[in-house]
Structure formats: structure tokens, C-alpha cells
Design a protein. Structure first.
Length: 365
């Protein structure tokens, strides 16, 4: 499956710089608003150490990682939902992503323009969230009108869908995000159809400048986001020297690494891992002498649908799956010993694939 995470935020907060780091790209990151107009798309491999260990034991010639797409979306400004700063165009780009990475500026630098001329990240967060909520609100109102037109034309009432949209409006008029709203299974299907912006999973990346003051600003963001249990990560996106006070950074990631470059790599890897967790995705593996490969699927996916991920023919002709756990493969040092230990299982099409399962699909076309 193609997974897309979008980087959003005000102009000049570091989105393009983070995009370049995540995807090893080299797009412009200039010191003026709307440097990015059209969304940039790049991919980043999901480096999984488990796959390296599997491939080593299997003596695989090739290792193929799964990957995640990142989309660098132009900076939003106050009034975006009414078209300010090409806002309608930029908001439409957010509709097409699966999860949001909201980059927030937490550093002071007179040489880098701030659209509000002051460093107040909580206000910045609220500006963006308000614009997303207003966009969803406008969308709900337009869809109710469209549904009512269709009802008159087809002499059929779509009462449930209209009720759902009105329920959303009640939340959005209070500038509340829809992700906090309790939804039935039917309502979740409606929400998926409408691609609401404030229902998308979200995490925050705080762009700090390695100073103690910047860390204090980040603490305020963490406290602010606690009520919604939203994850935030601090990172310095500049090429500055080693931090004056990196304790907050290390503790927040439970990372004892002293080398700052290693620390930045760990944070970038953490952003990728959190993005996958936000989307409720996990990994299974296929292993052989030619290649060892990682695949990402939704949690609670059946093995027959996991087989389709590898190739559509595997689903059509599915017979059964042979399954090993990653831990058994590592502990017994390979498939042969896993079989000898009686840990190699046969599973039917309704088996739910666990994270790090190693699969072999038996099929007949």
C-alpha cells in the first residue's frame, strides 16, 4: 500500500528542510513565504533492523525495505480556508494524504521571516487547526446542500449521511477537531469517504534551535498537546553545532546517544516509525536466498489479503500460508531449525497477520 504523510505548518517553519532530511532530497528551502507552491513528493525507506538480521541468517542476496511517501505542502496562513495565500489549493493537497506531520517553529532568528512577526508556537498551532476546522465546516455545509439537491432529483432521502454531517458541524463550529468525536462504524465509513482534514492522524515536530530557551518553548507545546494525547518530537532542523543543552532532547526520546548527528538520525527514524503507528500499520516479511523483503499492512489484516499485497495471483489461488515468527527465526537461526522445533505453522485464509510474521504463501493458479 502507498502511505503518504504530509508536512504542514505556517510558511518558514522548516517543512522543506525536514522533507529534505527525510527523503534525502534537495528542494529549495528559502527565507520567504510560499517558497513551495506545488507539493513535493519524496520517499523514505523504512529501515528495519529486524530485516537485516533475517537477511543475514537467510544469506539473502538482496534486501528490500518498505517505504513511506512524504509530501511537502506549501505553508498555510490565517484565512487559508477563505483562499488567503492560495489556501484552498493547499488545503486540497492535505485531503490526499493519510497522516499529518505539523511542523512548528520554536526558535528565534531575526534573519528568518515569521508571518506573524513573533514566536508563539501555540498560537501558530491554533491558527492552522482553525483553518483545517473551517475547511471541514465549509465542506460539510456544501455536502448537505448537494445531498438535498440529489434527494429532490431522485426522490430519496439520505437521512443518515445528513445527520452525520450535521453532527460534524456541531463539533467544528466550536473549533474542535473531528478526531475527538466518537464515531460508529457506519460514521467512520462516511468520514473515510469525505476525507475530513481534522480526522486525519497527526503528530507535531517542534523545530528548535538547540538553545535552552527553545527547549522551554517546546515544553509548553508538550503540555498543550497532552490533553489530546498527541505525540510531539523536538528536532533542530538547522545545521548548527552541537546543542548547548541537549538533555530535553535526549530524555524525550529516551536516547542516551552523545553524538548529535546520530541523535538527529534517530529522531528522523522515530518520525517514520510514529507515522506508521499513527496509521495503524505494521510489517510482515518474506525471506529467501534471492531476497528478504519487508511489507507494510494495516493491523488486523488477514493472511489472504496480505498475500494480495505481494501479488494478486497469490490471493486468487491461495491455498494456505506457512508462518514463522521473527523471534523464532532469530532464536533458532533459520527456517530449517524452526521446522525442527515444531514452530513452523500452517494457517488458513482467515489468519490475522502479526507484526514481524514471516510468511510463505502456497497457491495454485
Amino acid at each position: 500500500m502507498s502511505v503518504k504523510c504530509g508536512l504542514i505548518g505556517l510558511p518558514n517553519v522548516g517543512k522543506s528542510t525536514l522533507f529534505n532530511l527525510l527523503t534525502k532530497s534537495n528542494i529549495p528551502a528559502e527565507n520567504y513565504p510560499f517558497c513551495t507552491i506545488h507539493p513535493n513528493i519524496g520517499i523514505s525507506p523504512v529501515i528495519d533492523n529486524r530485516l537485516l538480521k533475517i537477511a543475514k541468517i537467510a544469506n539473502s542476496k538482496k534486501i528490500i525495505y518498505t517505504y513511506i511517501k512524504f509530501v511537502d505542502i506549501a505553508g498555510l496562513v490565517k484565512g487559508a480556508s477563505k483562499g488567503e495565500g492560495l489556501g484552498n489549493q493547499f488545503l486540497s493537497h492535505i485531503k490526499e494524504i493519510d497522516a499529518i506531520i505539523h511542523v512548528v517553529r520554536c526558535f528565534e532568528n531575526k534573519n528568518i521571516i515569521h508571518v506573524h512577526n513573533s514566536i508563539n508556537p501555540i498560537y501558530d498551532i491554533e491558527v492552522i487547526n482553525t483553518e483545517l476546522a473551517l475547511s471541514d465546516l465549509n465542506f460539510c455545509e456544501k455536502n448537505i446542500l448537494n445531498i438535498k439537491k440529489q434527494e429532490k432529483k431522485n426522490n430519496f432521502k439520505d437521512t443518515k449521511k445528513v445527520f452525520f454531517l450535521k453532527k460534524c458541524i456541531q463539533y467544528l463550529e466550536k473549533f474542535c477537531t473531528l478526531r475527538n468525536m466518537s464515531l460508529s462504524i457506519e460514521e467512520k465509513n462516511y468520514a473515510k469517504e469525505f476525507k475530513f482534514l481534522t480526522l486525519k492522524p497527526i503528530m507535531y515536530v517542534a523545530n528548535i534551535d538547540n538553545s535552552f530557551k527553545s527547549n522551554e518553548i517546546y515544553k509548553k507545546i508538550k503540555d498543550y498537546l497532552k490533553k489530546e494525547k498527541i505525540i510531539s518530537i523536538p528536532i533542530s532542523l538547522s545545521n548548527d553545532k552541537k546543542p548547548e543543552d541537549g538533555n530535553l532532547l535526549k530524555n524525550s526520546l529516551k536516547n542516551k546517544t552523545i553524538n548529535y548527528l546520530d541523535q538527529k538520525k534517530n529522531i528522523l527514524s522515530n518520525i517514520i516509525d510514529i507515522s506508521l503507528n499513527l496509521l495503524k500499520l505494521h510489517t510482515f516479511f518474506t525471506v529467501g536466498p534471492k531476497e528478504s523483503r519487508a511489507w507494510i499492512i494495516k493491523k488486523n489484516t488477514t493472511v489472504i489479503n496480505a498475500a494480495k499485497k505481494i501479488h494478486s495471483d497469490l490471493k486468487k489461488g491461495f491455498i494456505r500460508a506457512k508462518v514463522m515468527s521473527y523471534l523464532d527465526f532469530i532464536s533458532f537461526k533459520g527456517e530449517k531449525n524452526v521446522k525442527s522445533a515444531g514452530k513452523f505453522r500452517s494457517e488458513g485464509k482467515n489468519y490475522i497477520v502479526n507484526d514481524a510474521d514471516i510468511l510463505q504463501i502456497l497457491f495454485k493458479v
